[in-house]
Structure formats: C-alpha cells, structure tokens
Design a protein around this ligand. Sequence first.
Ligand SMILES: [Zn+2]
Ligand SMILES: [Zn+2]
Length: 278
Amino acid sequence: MATRLILLGTAGGPTPRSPRHAPSQVVVVDDQAYVIDCGNGVAQQLQLAGVSPSLLHGVFVTHHHSDHNADLGNLFLLSWPLLTRPVPVLGPPPLSAILRSFFEMSRYDIEIRVEDEGRPHLSEFVVGREIAQPGVVFRDDKIEVRAALVEHPPVQPAFAFRIDTADRSVVISGDTRPCNALVELARGADVLVHEVIHLPAIGGLAEGNNGTRLFEHLRACHTPVDQVGALAERAGVGTLVLSHFVPASGVVPDEVWQAEAARGYSGRVVVGRDLLEL
Ligand SMILES: [Zn+2]
Ligand SMILES: [Zn+2]
C-alpha cells in the first residue's frame, strides 16, 4: 500500500483556534503509523483521520514549543486502552524529563486505572529517546527518519524530519526561519510540509499582553510565505504543502497563501488544511 500523509493540525501557535488545530501530522505505511508533533487535540484528530492509536509505531517531536508538544503525553494517556506495543518517542532534550514529569503529574489516574481496570502501566507503552544530533535517528522495517537542525531561535535544538519509505519521501519542516539545512534535508523529496507566516497580516496579532515581543519572535524565527517557494525550488521537491499557518484565523485567504508560496517555485503548491490526506 502507498505511503499516506495526513495533516492532523495546521495552525501555528498554541492558542486554540477554529477551524485549524495545533500542528501535527501522521504518516501511515501499511498498518504502521508515525505521528510527527503533538499539538493540542492530536488524539482526537487522529481519531477523526481514521487512524487507530493501535497502529502507532513512532512519535517524533520537532521541538518543545507547546503548539508541538502540548498533547504528547495526552496522546498516550487518552489512547491508553488502544495501545498494543511500546512506542518509540523521539525528540530533542529535555524529552526524558518532560515524559517523566507527565507520568508523575498523571500518577493518580494511572495508578487507579492499573489497579481498577487491570491495565498494563502506561509507561510500558512509551519508550522515550532524546535526539541530540542531526542525521538518521530512527529506522524500522517501514521507514527511515533523518533529522536536520533547523533555525528557530531561541529554541535549541529544533529539528526538521525527513521520512523515507519504500515509495515516498516526506519532509516536515517543524518551525524554522529560512534555513539551508532544511533545503539539504528536503533535496529531491516528494513532499515538503513547510511552516509559513504572512508578515503583513500579523500586525493584527500585536494584541494581548505581549504584542510587540510576539511580533519580533514571529519575524525572527519563522518563514515568510513569499520566501518558501524559493526554498522548495532549491530543494527540488515535487509538492510543497503549506502548514503551521500564522495567522491561522482565516484572515489571509487560501488564494493569497497559494499565490505567495508559488513565487519562484515550479512545483505544485497545496494549501494545507486539517485532515487533508496527501
Ligand atoms: Zn510552532
Ligand atoms: Zn516553535
């Protein structure tokens, strides 16, 4: 069966929004599923995508901003009765401490359910492994995963992942400003899922209690949509999929995202949306 890629959440940033959920995607190869990033709602989105957590064979976290990891522990806690095997969970430090803290935070519920419902302990299904270096970080009978260090200051390290299967190559940018390491990682890939920001539209985000600082953060460590096409062209990818939209509210129409991303790019541009399968 062909490798499937499903976008589970396509919003940038942790604040819940409609209609886009926080960032996450799943790659399914035959009966094995691999989740990349675990924004809020990932367990529910996986359900809506029709992918059972019983198929989980790996979870990969690009970096530890909360839009990418808020539901990492919850993916397992909420899917617990459906889990059938230990699942490798890979991400940058402090992944181990995050998982430890999650199990401690959830100890009351976990112990009650182990005792009352006879479940195996949740920790038996989660095998955390920190990624310290770029390169090949995971390999099984279906996929190979290669990580590249991307530029998302001040988060360090932050990774992008390339997933190669028998029939397809998919790259997930994570969060990054325009970055040569990502272009190298994505070279010749079939699909590049890349984060995008629309700078002229985020003036309106300068609201709340941290507007100015937030704007500076967004400008310094994300990729303007009018630059992403040139990156995809340099990498020679077949399809560029836009995701992690900032702003995610819908104030920027799909046609604008599409047209800006197509600048300097000769391949196909897809404006991502939740639950879109590619
Ligand atoms: Zn993000
Ligand atoms: Zn981030």
